[in-house]
Write a protein that binds this ligand. Structure first.
Ligand SMILES: [Zn+2]
Length: 140
């Protein structure tokens, strides 16, 4: 997974008045919208959060839901190093409810120490899927 580290990509986020962020883009965010559009962002960690917020805000409102729903979370898989207590990889899934419109987002997070990978996949209520990837060392 090494190599191709010669060129540094700068964060693509543009703030108000088109000022550009000067940070190194450590995260790649791919968004597959329900209508088949796709966006790819090369972005710094701070603005990765902004991309997520922006995507969520751009979605249509969710259908009304019933039931007393609580955030759920579960650990799917975990891999430990041989003869050590160090955790090598971990996959967690869960869902989170938006405080803005009450919609649910399914979330899967992968941290892979062996391969230096951090990945987060968010599936929104309308089918939009956002995938965020980074090197683990850039995310922790
Ligand atoms: Zn940035």
């Amino acid at each position: 997974m090494q190599g191709s580290s010669g060129s540094t990509v700068t964060c693509q986020w543009q703030t108000w008045l088109w000022r550009k962020c000067k940070e190194v883009a450590t995260h790649t965010v791919t968004i597959d919208y329900a209508d088949r559009r796709q966006d790819v962002w090369h972005i710094c960690r701070e603005h990765e959060k902004e991309v997520k917020k922006r995507v969520q805000r751009s979605l249509p409102p969710p259908p009304p839901q019933s039931g007393g729903l609580m955030p759920r979370g579960s650990l799917k898989a975990k891999k430990m190093g041989p003869g050590s207590r160090k955790e090598l990889s971990r996959v967690t899934t869960g869902s989170s409810r938006s405080t803005r419109d009450g919609s649910w987002t399914e979330i899967e997070r992968v941290t892979d120490v062996e391969n230096d990978i951090y990945r987060e996949v968010l599936e929104y209520h309308d089918g939009t899927v956002l995938k965020s990837e980074a090197r683990l060392r850039d995310h922790s």
